[in-house]
Ligand binder design. Structure first.
Ligand code: IMP
Length: 443
């Protein structure tokens, strides 16, 4: 069976958690490749809400191995809070179920402090980060100063690296009037994590290679979204990792040919948390209606998400940079009964129409979206699972989106629960073992 990469095509919060959990029964391994506990992947099972931040969204299916790749940054306290919460709900999140790469970088106590300094300094131009220390941890990785999970296995190395880091950072912190960092206290804290994290640590590249040689299949799970990617997103209003398809290979130590298909998760409208350009944003009552109907509040920070119309220019760009084969369309039920539905098909900029997405914020801030109004559907889609029961106007709307983004819709999500899903069988063939998925969804 083929390996599948699942990632977001917008600014995150597309509903990746639900889709990864739903598809997991068709895979033996689920592997996250970037980000950290800035992500919030929400999964609902029989009325119970579970929000995952670092642990892959396959964890609720016993027997699935969950892998945390070298491309992630890990705050040990957040990791163990999450495994503890899962265990309290009867979910095994121990080392038999979760493998953590020795190459993943650690978020250290100075990272959230450094982030606050950096965000404050930017003033009005602040990025609006999740303030989890994610960006500064990746900065240290690039600066070759980072401390990796594998460093916890040699306490002499750990002590030395903590001292080196503090020597490098203290002058900056002092200049901002912050108290000094206590190397011994940090060493004690992280030395404590060393014992707990040790059993989880693996050579993830080798582990995945062995599993694939045994014929097992892997679901690669992206976090955030294409437009938040460090290279291909709306830089500098992005996260600090590679959330696009290429990140899966570097973030796990697998070759690009291990990825056999790419499924893009796309919300039927657009949302964004934090700062940065958003051409189709609805800063009005309608935007607030969509936010409230769609429960658009950050799963990690609780911040209200900005809402706007579907942007086909942006999603077509995401399909291109990720090589997306199929789309899972989420939350179209939120748009029921709203009348005609505008879809952005181009950007007006300096007297001409742009059909290709310009990721530069200074361009995006000036563009005026060109909309095509599509007939809406008054019928509720909520909870639908039978393709034959979908209203004609909605099916027509999907056909137009497919043409605009140049990818076919294979899944339509009509609610938070696993069973609230429409599968387009013809588009899923060769992608996932649909029978396994259906059985688990119905259980
Ligand atoms: P950071 O990832 O905390 O550095 O934040 C950088 C930007 O990415 C901010 O605009 C965040 O709101 C956004 N962001 C980070 N993680 C997520 C996510 O999981 N969903 C949506 N936005 C995110």
């Amino acid at each position: 069976m083929a390996n599948l990469l699942v990632l977001g095509t917008q600014w995150g919060d597309e509903g990746k958690g639900k889709i990864v959990d739903l598809l997991t029964p068709a895979f033996e391994v689920v592997a996250r490749y970037q980000g950290g506990h800035n992500a919030g992947h929400t999964v609902w099972v029989r009325g119970r809400k579970i929000v995952l931040h670092l642990i892959p969204s396959g964890i609720l299916h016993p027997g699935t191995l969950c892998v945390v790749g070298n491309g992630l940054v890990i705050a040990p306290s957040a990791f163990f809070k999450e495994t503890g919460d899962l265990e309290a709900q009867g979910v095994d999140a121990g080392p038999a179920r979760v493998a953590v790469s020795r190459g993943a970088h650690l978020i250290m106590p100075w990272h959230p402090l450094a982030e606050r300094i950096s965000e404050d300094r930017r003033g009005e131009k602040k990025i609006g980060t999740t303030c989890r220390g994610i960006g500064p941890a990746y900065e240290d990785k690039a600066a070759r100063l980072g401390i990796r999970a594998g460093d916890l296995t040699d306490l002499r190395i750990l002590r030395e690296k903590i001292a080196d880091n503090i020597a490098a950072k203290e002058p900056v912190f002092r200049a901002f009037g912050l108290p000094g960092l206590d190397a011994e206290a940090v060493y004690r804290e992280y030395g404590g994590w060393a014992e707990k994290l040790g059993p989880y640590l693996r050579d993830v590249s080798e582990l995945l290679h062995e599993r694939m040689k045994l014929g097992q299949s892997v679901l690669f799970e992206g976090a955030q979204g294409t437009l938040l990617d460090l290279d291909h997103g709306t830089y500098p209003y992005v996260t600090s990792s590679s959330s696009t398809a290429g990140g899966a290979a570097t973030g796990l130590g697998v070759g690009p040919r291990a990825i056999h298909g790419v499924l893009g998760i796309t919300k039927a409208y657009t949302t964004r948390v934090g700062g940065g350009p958003f051409p189709t944003e609805l800063d009005d009552e309608l935007g607030r209606t969509i936010a409230s109907r769609g429960d658009e509040f950050g799963a990690t920070t609780g911040r209200p998400r900005r809402c706007g119309w579907f942007d086909a220019v942006a999603v077509r760009y995401a399909c291109r940079v990720n090589g997306i084969d199929r789309i899972a369309l989420t939350k179209p039920d939120v748009l029921s009964g709203l009348g005609d539905i505008p879809v952005c098909v181009g950007y007006r900029y300096k007297g001409r129409t742009l059909k290709s997405f310009p990721p530069e914020p200074w361009i995006l801030e000036e563009v005026v979206p060109e909309y095509r109004r599509l007939p809406g559907w008054p019928e509720s889609l909520h909870g639908a699972s039978d393709p034959g029961a979908l209203p004609r106007t909605f099916v027509d709307y999907v056909r137009v989106l497919e043409d605009l983004v140049e990818a076919k819709v294979a899944i339509v999500s009509t609610g938070v629960e696993r069973g609230q899903t429409v599968f387009v069988e013809s588009e899923l063939r060769g992608f996932v073992d649909l029978e396994k998925v259906r059985v688990a969804a119905a259980a």
